[in-house]
Design a protein around this ligand. Structure first.
Ligand code: THG
Length: 262
């Protein structure tokens, strides 16, 4: 599983304060800790409250790159924030994210091509997040067709069905697991699939076990990637074990150590 560490996000108070004080050590430590815990990439989001998002995002990217060489997922709803971040990322980056709206796809597919970046596309549009599988699939097919028409390599496309919290949208989660299979048959090569895992447990009292079980089930439904907390050791052990049982890794007695990155 390609785990994108979620902890550098202005949603968190420590990150918000570090951005305000330009305290590099907080951000560099979060980058290193996530990398050492097995993250394959790092999500970077300056948070919805930022008044100067371009400046904050550029500072985060430069600061993280002092501590880690992992690819960065540039997480913003503003195209200009993402574009300016892509100008300064050293490694291949991930654009997080576009919606299925044509105007947005036009901007972000061109941007991904120009900067040789991967692209996360949410199966939502101006009308919001669809509540049924068919509508999600239709948006997903539209996204893939648009990318193909631009000759974008579908191996670099991640479809995100949008995970909603279990305490507000309980019936959605089972549908979402099922649609993961359907995304895979849209094209050859198949698009990759991704979820923002911690969304599932927002506002609940048992976050860790809810995240862990949902990621295990999603792994069994073929999920390729998750934006998640790599410092949650039980979560990382669960996903390594899930992939072992799915025959993605070879068994040995020390498989948890063997498959824990570094
Ligand atoms: N899809 C894509 N990108 C995403 C998401 C997604 N990026 C953002 C988000 N969802 C994934 N990242 C997080 C990060 C933190 C939390 C949830 C998802 C989280 N934060 C605590 C909370 O809200 O309770 C903050 C607690 C605190 O203030 O300390 O849960 O779905 N493509």
């Amino acid at each position: 599983m390609f785990i994108i560490g979620e902890l550098i996000n202005g949603m968190y108070k420590n990150v918000r304060e570090a951005i305000a004080k330009k305290d590099e050590s907080v951000i560099m430590n979060l980058a290193k800790e996530q990398e050492n815990s097995g993250a394959s990439a790092l999500d970077v989001n300056c948070g919805p409250l930022s008044k100067v998002p371009v400046e904050d995002m550029k500072w985060l990217v430069l600061t993280i790159q002092k501590a880690s060489k992992l690819p960065l997922a540039i997480d913003s709803t503003k195209p200009e924030v993402i574009r300016q971040a892509l100008e300064i990322t050293k490694n291949k980056a991930i654009i997080n994210s576009t919606s299925a709206d044509e105007e947005r796809l036009e901007i972000y597919v061109d941007m991904a091509l120009k900067y040789n970046a991967s692209l996360i596309a949410l199966t939502m549009d101006k009308k919001g997040v669809p509540q049924d599988k068919d509508a999600r699939l239709e948006l997903a097919a539209g996204i893939v067709a648009f990318a193909q028409a631009k000759n974008f390599d579908i191996n670099n496309l991640y479809l995100d069905p949008i995970v909603l919290p279990v305490n507000v949208a309980q019936p959605q989660l089972k549908l979402l697991l099922e649609v993961l299979h359907e995304f895979k048959i849209i094209s050859e090569p198949a698009p990759k699939t991704i979820v923002g895992l911690s969304n599932v447990s927002q506002g609940t009292c048992q976050r860790s076990i809810i995240n862990r079980v949902f990621l295990t089930m999603a792994a069994a439904h073929g999920l390729d990637a998750a934006i998640a907390d790599p410092l949650d050791k039980d979560l990382m052990d669960a996903v390594i074990t899930a992939e072992l049982l799915l025959n993605k890794n070879i068994y040995c007695d020390s498989f948890l150590t063997a498959y824990r990155k570094k």
